[in-house]
Design a protein. Sequence first.
Length: 219
Amino acid sequence: MSDQHAQKQAAAKAALQYIEDDMILGVGTGSTVNCLIELLPKFRLAGAVASSQVTEDKLKALGIDIVDLNFAGTLDIYIDGADEVNQHLQLIKGGGGALTREKIVAAASNTFICMVDASKSVEILGRNFPVPIEVLPQARSYVARQLAQLGGEPIYREGFVTDYGNVILDTYDLDVSNPIALEKELNNIVGAVCNGIFAANQADILLKAGHDGVETLKR
């Protein structure tokens, strides 16, 4: 087992303290979340709201009922990973392409718990990982031009379609020194459905696993 995978498992185990029986749990997407999903059968959950079809399939395989967010109401907690996180618990997400659904479930939850290994912690977002942007297929070229005007280098994620039938532009070289402002600016581009900056919906609790255990940070 790699050290990074061991850290992901440690972060997932640390998240268990926030889960209770009879809860409808919001569940994210990604390799760290997969570690969490394996541990969920020890609880008697009332159901789960999944942030992607991939996660939904994994939960169903374990016999966990899937609940439509429209009927679940406000969730107590949503647990997910991140591709990058800064000291303010602002994130970049969407490496798995589920950013829109992830952002919706995060917004509909009272507490957003983020699990990461130490490699995901950065001083400034966007320097090592691109900002994924979900785009309506018809608007791909237009949105790419707007991103270029902002100084970004958008790369079309070939062969990938989101759960909503849209495409992803992984955008490098954007200035993410003010994540809240950039998130709003990207939201205003016509044809852009959602972007992977989670600053308005930042994490409430960060579980950061490293060599010395799991550190808990709260905003």
